[in-house]
Write a protein of this length. Sequence first.
Length: 288
Amino acid sequence: MAKIQQKITTIRSVSKMQRVARQLAAEGKTIGLVPTMGFLHEGHASLIRQAKKQSDVIVTTIFVNPPQFGPNDDLSKYPRDEKGDVRKIKEAGSEIIFIPKADDIYPEDFQTYVNVESLTQSLEGKARPTHFRGVTTIVAILFNITRPDVAVFGMKDYQQAMVLKQMTCDLGYPIKFVIAPTIRERDGLAMSSRNKYFTSEQRPEARALYYALHTAKEMVKSGIGDTTLILREMKAVLSATCRTAKIDYVEFTNFESLKPTRHVVKNTICSLAVRIHGVRLIDNMKLL
Ligand code: PAF
């Protein structure tokens, strides 16, 4: 059977995107927003599919956002594949792709940043102090330009999702905030644009994070709640799966507040960042 060719519009101009968003609202259509930095994988496609369930028109954005990169993150080396991205976005069912230029988003005299104060202090925020300020600023700008009714973010970047949810609430955006589940490879590795940095020999060792989280979940299921014991096992699993794994952090926190906990109780989530062959991976799992 012939595949139905869906129409897709690529918009590069901020003012055109603003006009289209206003027009869609005037026609009574709801907008679902999926912000991305491009180099799409199945995880992004699942966000688009989630947005499609809850809104009439999906706007997917591609913008590699300079302010969320720290001095040690190489912005120029961030993987890009616009042609492939457009194809994947179309296949996932998005009607509009917004690809703004960096100079249009951040003109020379740009000087306004959005900062969520408390939730950004731990985990990724501790390791990358200016990162979330960049993320909240660009997402606020994208909210203002595209005026979505629904916005979808992935659970893989759990702290980012919680920070953005707080910003959406604090700044009074009338947007339904959706956090979609992490999509994993068959061996449990969370899908990420960074996975492409592994050679085929290194790649099996990247499942170390999932194995460690799975171990934690199993320990909790068997009645162990002491995070010191769980952490010890997780470290053993990490180094057994990847001998050279370098742990940045493994933290047990409350899901909503991100406050650390010594004992696993309801709503405890474990988050970790680990370097596998020099590639910094993050992952998380709700333990109870
Ligand atoms: O998760 C990402 O890809 C980015 O942090 C986001 C939300 C698109 C902001 O640049």
